[in-house]
Design a protein around this ligand. Structure first.
Ligand code: NAI
Length: 259
Protein backbone atom coordinates (compact mmCIF):
# COMPACT_ATOMS: atom_id res chain seq x y z
CA UNK A 1 0.00 0.00 0.00
CA UNK A 2 1.60 3.28 -1.09
CA UNK A 3 -0.50 5.71 1.00
CA UNK A 4 -0.26 8.44 -1.64
CA UNK A 5 -3.19 10.31 -0.08
CA UNK A 6 -2.15 10.08 3.55
CA UNK A 7 -3.42 13.10 5.53
CA UNK A 8 -5.58 14.24 2.61
CA UNK A 9 -9.27 14.91 3.16
CA UNK A 10 -11.40 14.11 0.09
CA UNK A 11 -15.07 14.80 -0.61
CA UNK A 12 -16.43 12.45 -3.30
CA UNK A 13 -19.88 12.93 -4.85
CA UNK A 14 -21.82 10.02 -6.33
CA UNK A 15 -19.92 7.70 -3.99
CA UNK A 16 -22.75 5.20 -3.47
CA UNK A 17 -22.07 3.08 -6.55
CA UNK A 18 -20.11 2.69 -9.78
CA UNK A 19 -17.07 4.86 -10.42
CA UNK A 20 -17.56 6.99 -7.27
CA UNK A 21 -17.68 3.94 -5.03
CA UNK A 22 -14.49 2.61 -6.62
CA UNK A 23 -12.77 5.96 -6.10
CA UNK A 24 -13.82 5.88 -2.43
CA UNK A 25 -12.23 2.44 -2.07
CA UNK A 26 -9.03 3.49 -3.84
CA UNK A 27 -8.77 6.70 -1.79
CA UNK A 28 -9.34 4.79 1.46
CA UNK A 29 -6.51 2.38 0.55
CA UNK A 30 -4.24 5.33 -0.20
CA UNK A 31 -4.81 6.74 3.28
CA UNK A 32 -7.34 9.53 2.63
CA UNK A 33 -9.99 10.68 5.08
CA UNK A 34 -13.35 10.72 3.32
CA UNK A 35 -16.66 12.53 3.09
CA UNK A 36 -18.88 10.42 0.85
CA UNK A 37 -21.86 12.10 -0.79
CA UNK A 38 -24.82 10.66 -2.72
CA UNK A 39 -28.61 10.68 -2.57
CA UNK A 40 -29.23 7.34 -0.86
CA UNK A 41 -28.12 7.17 2.82
CA UNK A 42 -28.52 3.38 3.02
CA UNK A 43 -26.28 2.86 -0.02
CA UNK A 44 -23.69 5.23 1.47
CA UNK A 45 -23.70 3.27 4.74
CA UNK A 46 -23.07 0.08 2.75
CA UNK A 47 -19.99 1.69 1.20
CA UNK A 48 -18.76 2.81 4.62
CA UNK A 49 -19.17 -0.75 5.95
CA UNK A 50 -17.21 -2.07 2.97
CA UNK A 51 -14.37 0.43 3.51
CA UNK A 52 -13.96 -0.59 7.16
CA UNK A 53 -12.24 2.71 8.00
CA UNK A 54 -11.97 3.98 11.57
CA UNK A 55 -14.88 6.32 12.36
CA UNK A 56 -12.54 9.33 12.53
CA UNK A 57 -11.64 8.86 8.86
CA UNK A 58 -15.07 8.77 7.25
CA UNK A 59 -18.40 10.61 7.17
CA UNK A 60 -21.37 10.57 4.81
CA UNK A 61 -23.83 13.22 3.65
CA UNK A 62 -27.00 12.24 1.79
CA UNK A 63 -28.08 15.03 -0.53
CA UNK A 64 -29.07 15.90 -4.06
CA UNK A 65 -26.28 17.82 -5.82
CA UNK A 66 -28.90 20.12 -7.37
CA UNK A 67 -29.57 21.51 -3.87
CA UNK A 68 -27.01 24.33 -3.65
CA UNK A 69 -27.61 25.05 0.04
CA UNK A 70 -27.17 21.36 0.89
CA UNK A 71 -23.88 21.23 -1.08
CA UNK A 72 -22.51 24.24 0.83
CA UNK A 73 -23.72 22.75 4.14
CA UNK A 74 -21.97 19.43 3.32
CA UNK A 75 -18.70 21.24 2.68
CA UNK A 76 -19.05 23.19 5.92
CA UNK A 77 -19.81 20.00 7.86
CA UNK A 78 -16.76 18.28 6.35
CA UNK A 79 -14.51 21.22 7.21
CA UNK A 80 -15.95 21.31 10.75
CA UNK A 81 -15.30 17.59 11.21
CA UNK A 82 -11.93 17.17 9.47
CA UNK A 83 -10.54 20.74 9.43
CA UNK A 84 -10.33 21.25 5.67
CA UNK A 85 -10.88 19.63 2.26
CA UNK A 86 -7.86 18.84 0.08
CA UNK A 87 -9.55 16.98 -2.78
CA UNK A 88 -13.00 17.43 -4.31
CA UNK A 89 -14.12 14.68 -6.68
CA UNK A 90 -17.18 15.87 -8.62
CA UNK A 91 -18.32 12.48 -9.84
CA UNK A 92 -22.14 12.42 -9.44
CA UNK A 93 -23.89 12.38 -12.79
CA UNK A 94 -26.90 11.13 -14.70
CA UNK A 95 -27.48 9.99 -18.27
CA UNK A 96 -30.44 10.18 -20.62
CA UNK A 97 -30.67 9.06 -24.25
CA UNK A 98 -33.18 10.57 -26.67
CA UNK A 99 -33.12 11.98 -30.18
CA UNK A 100 -32.58 15.76 -29.97
CA UNK A 101 -36.12 16.56 -31.12
CA UNK A 102 -37.66 14.34 -28.43
CA UNK A 103 -35.91 15.95 -25.46
CA UNK A 104 -38.16 18.30 -23.53
CA UNK A 105 -36.85 21.56 -22.08
CA UNK A 106 -37.17 19.92 -18.68
CA UNK A 107 -34.98 16.98 -19.81
CA UNK A 108 -32.20 19.42 -20.74
CA UNK A 109 -32.66 21.31 -17.48
CA UNK A 110 -32.47 18.14 -15.38
CA UNK A 111 -29.26 16.93 -17.05
CA UNK A 112 -27.69 20.38 -16.69
CA UNK A 113 -28.84 20.79 -13.07
CA UNK A 114 -27.15 17.55 -11.97
CA UNK A 115 -24.15 17.24 -14.29
CA UNK A 116 -23.16 20.91 -14.46
CA UNK A 117 -24.77 22.86 -11.61
CA UNK A 118 -23.89 20.11 -9.11
CA UNK A 119 -20.23 20.51 -10.09
CA UNK A 120 -20.51 24.30 -9.84
CA UNK A 121 -22.14 24.22 -6.38
CA UNK A 122 -19.49 21.94 -4.85
CA UNK A 123 -16.60 23.70 -6.56
CA UNK A 124 -17.76 27.12 -5.40
CA UNK A 125 -18.23 25.75 -1.89
CA UNK A 126 -14.75 24.14 -1.70
CA UNK A 127 -12.52 26.58 -3.59
CA UNK A 128 -12.36 29.42 -1.03
CA UNK A 129 -10.97 27.04 1.63
CA UNK A 130 -8.53 25.46 -0.84
CA UNK A 131 -7.34 28.85 -2.11
CA UNK A 132 -6.90 30.18 1.43
CA UNK A 133 -4.67 27.18 2.26
CA UNK A 134 -2.93 27.41 -1.15
CA UNK A 135 -3.56 23.72 -1.60
CA UNK A 136 -6.28 21.75 -3.30
CA UNK A 137 -7.34 19.42 -6.07
CA UNK A 138 -10.62 19.49 -7.97
CA UNK A 139 -11.30 16.41 -10.10
CA UNK A 140 -14.35 16.49 -12.36
CA UNK A 141 -15.84 13.36 -13.93
CA UNK A 142 -16.57 14.46 -17.50
CA UNK A 143 -16.75 11.92 -20.35
CA UNK A 144 -15.57 11.33 -23.88
CA UNK A 145 -19.08 12.76 -24.51
CA UNK A 146 -17.59 16.06 -23.38
CA UNK A 147 -15.10 16.01 -26.24
CA UNK A 148 -17.15 14.98 -29.28
CA UNK A 149 -20.69 14.66 -30.62
CA UNK A 150 -22.85 11.56 -30.22
CA UNK A 151 -26.20 10.71 -31.71
CA UNK A 152 -29.26 10.56 -29.43
CA UNK A 153 -27.69 11.97 -26.27
CA UNK A 154 -27.23 15.67 -26.98
CA UNK A 155 -28.35 16.74 -23.49
CA UNK A 156 -25.76 14.48 -21.86
CA UNK A 157 -23.04 15.58 -24.29
CA UNK A 158 -23.62 19.29 -23.76
CA UNK A 159 -23.55 18.78 -20.00
CA UNK A 160 -20.17 17.03 -20.25
CA UNK A 161 -18.84 19.64 -22.72
CA UNK A 162 -19.74 22.20 -20.04
CA UNK A 163 -17.76 20.24 -17.44
CA UNK A 164 -14.71 20.24 -19.74
CA UNK A 165 -15.09 24.01 -20.29
CA UNK A 166 -15.58 24.65 -16.58
CA UNK A 167 -12.44 22.62 -15.82
CA UNK A 168 -10.38 24.80 -18.17
CA UNK A 169 -11.76 28.10 -16.83
CA UNK A 170 -11.64 27.32 -13.09
CA UNK A 171 -8.12 25.89 -13.51
CA UNK A 172 -6.95 29.30 -14.79
CA UNK A 173 -8.51 31.20 -11.88
CA UNK A 174 -7.37 28.72 -9.21
CA UNK A 175 -3.79 28.32 -10.46
CA UNK A 176 -2.35 31.41 -8.69
CA UNK A 177 -3.31 29.66 -5.43
CA UNK A 178 -1.66 26.36 -6.33
CA UNK A 179 -5.04 24.65 -6.65
CA UNK A 180 -5.32 22.29 -9.63
CA UNK A 181 -8.51 21.48 -11.54
CA UNK A 182 -8.60 18.53 -13.95
CA UNK A 183 -11.21 16.26 -15.49
CA UNK A 184 -11.36 12.60 -16.38
CA UNK A 185 -13.13 11.62 -19.61
CA UNK A 186 -14.05 7.94 -19.41
CA UNK A 187 -15.30 6.01 -22.42
CA UNK A 188 -17.51 2.98 -21.73
CA UNK A 189 -17.16 1.84 -18.11
CA UNK A 190 -19.01 -1.20 -16.77
CA UNK A 191 -21.40 0.30 -14.17
CA UNK A 192 -25.15 0.45 -13.50
CA UNK A 193 -25.20 3.64 -15.59
CA UNK A 194 -23.83 1.74 -18.57
CA UNK A 195 -26.56 -0.90 -18.16
CA UNK A 196 -29.19 1.86 -18.09
CA UNK A 197 -27.51 3.50 -21.08
CA UNK A 198 -27.70 0.28 -23.13
CA UNK A 199 -31.43 0.01 -22.48
CA UNK A 200 -32.09 3.69 -23.23
CA UNK A 201 -29.96 3.76 -26.38
CA UNK A 202 -31.73 0.66 -27.61
CA UNK A 203 -35.08 2.36 -27.05
CA UNK A 204 -34.08 5.67 -28.65
CA UNK A 205 -32.23 4.26 -31.67
CA UNK A 206 -34.26 1.16 -32.44
CA UNK A 207 -31.15 -1.05 -32.11
CA UNK A 208 -31.09 -3.87 -29.53
CA UNK A 209 -28.85 -3.54 -26.46
CA UNK A 210 -26.57 -6.27 -27.92
CA UNK A 211 -26.32 -4.41 -31.24
CA UNK A 212 -25.44 -1.24 -29.37
CA UNK A 213 -22.68 -3.01 -27.40
CA UNK A 214 -21.27 -4.55 -30.57
CA UNK A 215 -21.24 -1.18 -32.36
CA UNK A 216 -19.76 0.56 -29.31
CA UNK A 217 -16.96 -1.97 -28.89
CA UNK A 218 -16.13 -1.78 -32.59
CA UNK A 219 -15.04 1.82 -31.84
CA UNK A 220 -12.82 0.80 -28.91
CA UNK A 221 -9.37 -0.39 -29.99
CA UNK A 222 -8.89 -2.32 -26.73
CA UNK A 223 -12.15 -4.07 -27.62
CA UNK A 224 -13.74 -4.10 -24.17
CA UNK A 225 -15.65 -2.05 -21.64
CA UNK A 226 -13.39 -0.48 -19.00
CA UNK A 227 -13.48 -1.33 -15.31
CA UNK A 228 -14.18 1.16 -12.54
CA UNK A 229 -10.68 0.42 -11.17
CA UNK A 230 -9.17 1.77 -14.39
CA UNK A 231 -10.87 5.12 -13.74
CA UNK A 232 -10.16 5.20 -9.99
CA UNK A 233 -6.41 4.90 -10.65
CA UNK A 234 -6.45 8.21 -12.54
CA UNK A 235 -8.49 9.83 -9.74
CA UNK A 236 -5.79 8.75 -7.25
CA UNK A 237 -3.07 10.19 -9.47
CA UNK A 238 -4.91 13.50 -9.91
CA UNK A 239 -5.48 13.73 -6.14
CA UNK A 240 -1.86 12.94 -5.27
CA UNK A 241 1.32 15.05 -5.22
CA UNK A 242 2.48 13.25 -8.38
CA UNK A 243 0.14 15.37 -10.53
CA UNK A 244 1.05 18.75 -8.98
CA UNK A 245 2.25 20.23 -12.29
CA UNK A 246 -0.93 19.44 -14.17
CA UNK A 247 -4.05 21.63 -14.39
CA UNK A 248 -6.89 22.41 -16.80
CA UNK A 249 -6.60 18.99 -18.44
CA UNK A 250 -9.42 16.63 -19.44
CA UNK A 251 -7.90 13.21 -19.82
CA UNK A 252 -9.40 10.39 -21.88
CA UNK A 253 -9.49 6.87 -20.46
CA UNK A 254 -11.43 5.19 -23.20
CA UNK A 255 -9.62 2.11 -24.49
CA UNK A 256 -8.03 4.10 -27.30
CA UNK A 257 -11.09 5.69 -28.96
CA UNK A 258 -9.92 8.61 -31.04
CA UNK A 259 -12.18 11.03 -32.85
P1 NAI B 1 -23.82 5.48 -11.68
O1 NAI B 1 -25.17 5.83 -12.17
O2 NAI B 1 -23.49 4.05 -11.46
O3 NAI B 1 -23.52 6.29 -10.32
C1 NAI B 1 -23.81 7.66 -10.26
C2 NAI B 1 -23.65 8.17 -8.85
O4 NAI B 1 -24.05 9.54 -8.83
C3 NAI B 1 -24.53 7.45 -7.83
O5 NAI B 1 -23.86 7.39 -6.59
C4 NAI B 1 -25.73 8.38 -7.72
O6 NAI B 1 -26.40 8.29 -6.46
C5 NAI B 1 -25.04 9.74 -7.85
N1 NAI B 1 -25.99 10.77 -8.27
C6 NAI B 1 -26.67 10.85 -9.42
N2 NAI B 1 -27.46 11.93 -9.41
C7 NAI B 1 -27.26 12.55 -8.22
C8 NAI B 1 -27.77 13.71 -7.61
N3 NAI B 1 -28.70 14.47 -8.23
N4 NAI B 1 -27.34 14.06 -6.38
C9 NAI B 1 -26.42 13.30 -5.74
N5 NAI B 1 -25.89 12.18 -6.26
C10 NAI B 1 -26.31 11.82 -7.49
O7 NAI B 1 -22.81 6.16 -12.69
P2 NAI B 1 -21.26 5.85 -13.05
O8 NAI B 1 -21.24 5.05 -14.28
O9 NAI B 1 -20.54 5.41 -11.87
O10 NAI B 1 -20.82 7.33 -13.47
C11 NAI B 1 -20.15 8.22 -12.59
C12 NAI B 1 -19.76 9.46 -13.38
O11 NAI B 1 -18.95 9.06 -14.50
C13 NAI B 1 -20.94 10.23 -13.96
O12 NAI B 1 -20.68 11.61 -13.89
C14 NAI B 1 -20.97 9.77 -15.41
O13 NAI B 1 -21.57 10.71 -16.25
C15 NAI B 1 -19.49 9.58 -15.70
N6 NAI B 1 -19.21 8.68 -16.81
C16 NAI B 1 -19.60 7.36 -16.78
C17 NAI B 1 -19.33 6.53 -17.86
C18 NAI B 1 -19.71 5.09 -17.90
O14 NAI B 1 -19.54 4.45 -18.97
N7 NAI B 1 -20.20 4.50 -16.84
C19 NAI B 1 -18.63 7.05 -19.04
C20 NAI B 1 -18.26 8.43 -18.97
C21 NAI B 1 -18.55 9.21 -17.87
Amino acid sequence: MSQRLLQSVALITGASRGIGREIAQAYAKEGATLCLVARNPAALHEVVAELALPAERVMTVALDVTDRAACFAAVQATQARFGHIDILVNNAGIYQAKPFLDYTAQDFQTLLDVNVMGVIHFTQACLPGMQARKQGRVINMASTAGKWGSRNQSAYNISKHAVVGLTRCVALEASPYGVTVNAICPGFVQTDMLEELKAQVALSSGASADEFVKAALARVPLGRMLTTQEIAGMAVYLGSAESSGMTGQSIHIDGGMVF
